[in-house]
Each structure stands twice: as structure tokens, then as C-alpha cells.
Ligand binder design. Structure first.
Ligand code: TGC
Ligand code: FAD
Length: 395
């Protein structure tokens, strides 16, 4: 007897490998609610904010209401989702703009995480519920003008003065610095590198916003300056001493990035696909040219592979088995992929690709920052190189 082979649905252009089917209903529902908020509040305005170099910090409360701030942390008003759910949210946020994802990454992974992991109970109660709600904003000061990739050589220092600490030095390129209510600042002390909570308005603490950026324009980036800044004894995070303190926070934020950039890539691909099927040259759509199809197909291959990397690393993180050097793998691979996709998408749009009418060059410019911050592509290459050879090549 002849039986008909079951009909297998054809892949879709937007999710070629049906990676969606690997997500839970809960994860899909969370993604839908984040997308709705972005479509309602941010998509209609983001090009204008990018052009004017602004980011309305009032949006923090909207993010808080959706449970996006410190979402993978537990207690203190945090949503307590899985790491994978956090990644999926980052992917949606960055599909809109890297600056939006940066805001959420810095708040949750770089400012709230160290308080949650290394703070005492008073510090947690004081900051975490307000930060989870978006009522208080945080930033993370590690980089200095003379120490970026090599934070171990930081100069910012804190010395004891009775029960107090006196903080001196400066931090550079700090996301949310000028709008933060609290800065998590890493400084050299006699005991080693320690983290300090510095409140906005503390005498001796000033910020200067950095202007004329050509990347991450819808994001506040600032310098933090400390001049004999006196902090109470309880400003120090008691739970960690040494460079592993700030580096452990970076694992959290880098994880969000390795998901987020896939969103930026997706937007660039989708924009290029839509454009290629409607734009006509030589008497028909440019999507019919083999060279255009090759570009689109390379994007599909690369984005789907990057999505699988992110999902796999998410599941590893949720199982408590994600090694920091695997985070480097994801950050290196997925940011590089996203930039490549953005560049190819830009070519498909021709001259239109250089304007803010389309999101592609905005994403491409943003991704240049993402390639550099949270560990440059060279540093992540060397982290993986060290892991596989047993030899460190940083110096
Ligand atoms: P090394 O001697 O290897 O390590 C010192 C201590 O740290 C520990 N460690 C880690 N711990 C947790 N997670 C990691 N990923 C860790 N990497 C190292 C290590 O075990 C050791 O601990 P212990 O207890 O034995 O002392 O340190 P090194 O000085 O040789 O540096 C290694 C290197 C180059 C990988 C590190 O310095 C590095 O990652 N550099 C890149 C700096 C960076 O990523 N900066 C980012 C600043 S924040 C930012 O960019 C925010 S952008 C936000 C946005 O807008 O989204
Ligand atoms: P450098 O370290 O001077 O590197 C310059 C070049 O040399 C790079 O190509 C680098 O890869 C290469 N290089 C350095 N060392 C090596 C080596 N050993 N081997 C091979 N190549 C090497 N920092 C924070 O602390 N908090 C923030 O919130 C924050 N937000 C940021 C927001 C934006 C928009 C940007 C652009 C940066 C932000 N940063 C932040 C800073 C960021 O983390 C640093 O820019 C990054 O770590 C690189 O440091 P650097 O710019 O000093 O470059």
C-alpha cells in the first residue's frame, strides 16, 4: 500500500531553522510583551533620538514595569527569570537599538548584579527594589582613560580615613554615567580592587557627558571624576576583593550582548530582504540577482547559527555550566556576525542605506561600539586562545 510522505512545512525567511520551536511558551510570551512595548514606545522615535543624541531616561520605569531590569536576578523586586529569557529580551531590545539594550544591560548586569552578588543586606534593600522598578538608575565604572582592555592597571584609588573612604581618580566611557543615581565604581585599595557605591550628588563626584559620538548615540556615555570624594565606610561592597569582582559582572553583561546583537542582525537582514524584493533595477526586483541572493543567504546562515549559539549558551547558563570563556566565544562570534550582516545589508540598500530612514547604518554604527566594549574582539580572541593553548598572550 502506498503511503503519502508527511508534508514538512517549508522554512520561513524570518526563522529558517525554526529555532522558535526550541523556546517555551513562557519565553515566547515574554518576547511578545517586550516587542509590543518597543513597537509602542521606542520604534517610532529611535531614529530621532539617535540623530539628536538623546535617550529619555524616563523609559526606565516602563522597562521596570515589564520586569526587564535585573530580570534574571531573584528577590528585591527582580523578576527572577531564566538567563535564557533575559537573553531573549536583550535580542528584542537590540533589534530596536543597541543603546536600548545597553541601558538594560548596564542597569541589570553591571549595576544591580554586583549589589545583588556582593552587597550587604542594607545596600541591597536600599538600591535593588528601586533599580528593578526603574526609579533609580545605576552605572558601572571600570574603564579609565589609560586602562581599557587592561583594567588591572587602573589608577582610581580609595584610601581609608577613619571609618570613611577617600576616592580619587576618573572613569571613562561610562554608559548611563550622567544620569545615574548610583555609580558602582571599582578602585584600587590597600587590600586589592574593591567596588564602591557612589551616590549622585556626593561631594567630590562629578560627571561629564561625552558628545560627538558616531555610535550608540541613543545612549548616555560619560566620564566620572572623583576628587577627594569622601564615602562612608558602608559604601564599599563587602563581598568581593580583586579583579574577579568586576570581571564576574562582565560575564553577565556579555551574555546579554551575545543575544542582543542577533536582534540587530535580524533587523538589518529583514530590512535588506524587504528592500530587495521591492526595489527594482534592470526591469525587476534586485532580489532576483544571484549576487543579492547570495548576500541574503549568507545572512540567513550566519544569523541562524548565531541564534543557535546564543540559545545553547543560554541553556548552559541556566544549567549552571557556562564557563566565562564560552561567553567570550558567543560575544566574539555573534558581534562579528552581526557587523558582517549589517555591512552586507547596507550594500543591498544602495544609497538609501546611508540614511536614518532605514535602521541599517544606525545598527552598523552601534555595533562598532559593541565590538569594542565589554572586551574587544581581540581580547575575547585571546581569552579563547588562552583556554585552548594554556598560554596567556595578553602581555
Ligand atoms: P586575570 O589575571 O586573568 O584575572 C584576574 C582575576 O579575575 C578572574 N577572572 C574572572 N572572573 C570571572 N569572570 C571572568 N570572565 C574572569 N576573567 C578573569 C581570574 O580568575 C582572577 O581571579 P583571582 O581570584 O585568581 O585573582 O586578569 P588579567 O589582568 O590578566 O586580565 C584578563 C582580561 C584581559 C581577560 C581582562 O582584563 C578583561 O576581560 N579585559 C577586558 C576589559 C573589559 O571587558 N572591560 C569592559 C568594561 S565595562 C563595559 O564595557 C560596559 S559597556 C556596557 C554597555 O553599554 O552595554
Ligand atoms: P584599548 O584597551 O586601548 O584597546 C585599543 C586596541 O588595542 C583595541 O583594538 C584592543 O583590542 C587592542 N588591544 C589592547 N590590548 C591588547 C592585547 N593584549 N592584545 C591585542 N590587542 C590588544 N566601560 C565601563 O567601564 N563601563 C561602561 O559602562 C562602558 N560603556 C561604554 C560605552 C561605549 C559606547 C563605549 C565605546 C565604551 C564603553 N566602555 C565602558 C569602555 C569599554 O569597555 C572600553 O572601550 C574597552 O574595554 C576597550 O578599552 P579602550 O577603549 O581603552 O581600548
Amino acid at each position: 500500500m502506498l503511503t503519502e510522505a508527511p508534508r514538512i512545512p517549508a522554512p520561513t525567511a524570518s526563522d529558517y531553522l525554526d529555532i522558535d520551536s526550541l523556546l517555551s511558551d513562557e519565553e515566547r510570551a515574554m518576547r511578545t510583551s517586550v516587542r509590543k512595548m518597543l513597537d509602542d514606545l521606542i520604534e517610532p522615535n529611535i531614529a530621532e533620538w539617535f540623530e539628536s543624541g538623546t535617550f529619555p531616561v524616563g523609559l526606565a520605569r516602563e522597562f521596570g514595569a515589564l520586569g526587564l531590569l535585573g530580570m534574571h536576578l531573584t528577590g528585591y523586586g527582580c523578576a527572577g527569570t531564566s538567563a535564557t529569557a533575559y537573553g531573549i529580551a536583550c535580542r528584542e531590545l537590540e533589534a530596536t537599538d543597541s543603546g536600548v539594550r545597553s541601558f538594560v544591560s548596564v542597569q541589570g548586569s553591571l549595576a544591580m548584579f554586583p549589589i545583588w552578588a556582593y552587597g550587604d543586606e542594607d545596600q541591597k534593600q536600599r538600591w535593588l527594589p528601586a533599580m528593578a522598578a526603574g526609579e533609580a538608575i545605576g552605572c558601572f565604572g571600570l574603564t579609565e582613560p589609560d586602562s581599557g582592555s587592561d583594567p588591572g592597571r587602573m589608577r582610581t584609588n580609595a584610601r581609608r580615613d577613619g571609618d570613611d573612604w577617600i576616592l580619587n581618580g576618573s572613569k571613562m566611557w561610562i554608559t548611563n554615567g550622567g544620569v545615574a543615581d548610583v555609580a558602582v565604581v571599582w578602585a584600587r585599595t590597600d587590600e586589592g580592587i574593591r567596588g564602591f557605591l557612589v551616590e549622585r550628588g556626593t561631594k567630590g563626584f562629578t560627571t561629564n557627558d561625552i558628545h560627538r559620538k558616531l555610535s550608540l548615540r541613543a545612549s548616555v556615555t560619560s566620564e566620572l571624576v572623583f576628587t577627594d570624594c569622601r564615602l562612608p565606610g558602608d559604601a564599599v561592597l563587602p563581598g568581593v576583593v580583586g579583579l574577579r569582582g568586576p570581571l564576574s559582572c562582565l560575564n553577565e553583561a556579555r551574555f546579554g550582548i551575545l543575544w542582543g546583537v542577533n536582534g540587530a542582525a535580524r533587523t538589518c537582514y529583514q530590512t535588506a530582504l524587504d528592500y530587495a524584493t521591492s526595489r527594482e533595477q534592470f526591469g525587476g526586483p534586485i532580489a532576483r540577482f544571484q549576487l543579492t541572493q547570495k548576500k541574503l543567504v549568507e545572512m540567513v546562515l550566519d544569523i541562524n547559527k548565531a541564534d543557535l549559539v546564543a540559545l545553547h549558551l543560554g541553556r548552559l547558563k541556566d544549567a549552571g555550566r557556562l564557563h566565562p570563556s564560552q561567553v567570550s566565544f558567543g560575544k566574539l562570534n555573534n558581534v562579528r556576525t552581526a557587523l558582517q550582516v549589517a555591512r552586507e545589508a547596507r550594500t543591498i540598500l544602495g544609497a538609501n542605506g546611508i540614511t536614518l530612514e532605514y535602521p541599517v547604518l544606525r545598527h552598523m554604527n552601534n555595533l562598532e561600539s559593541v565590538l569594542t566594549y565589554e572586551g574587544t574582539s581581540e581580547i575575547h580572541t585571546l581569552v579563547i586562545g588562552q583556554e585552548i593553548t594554556g598560554l596567556a598572550a595578553f602581555e
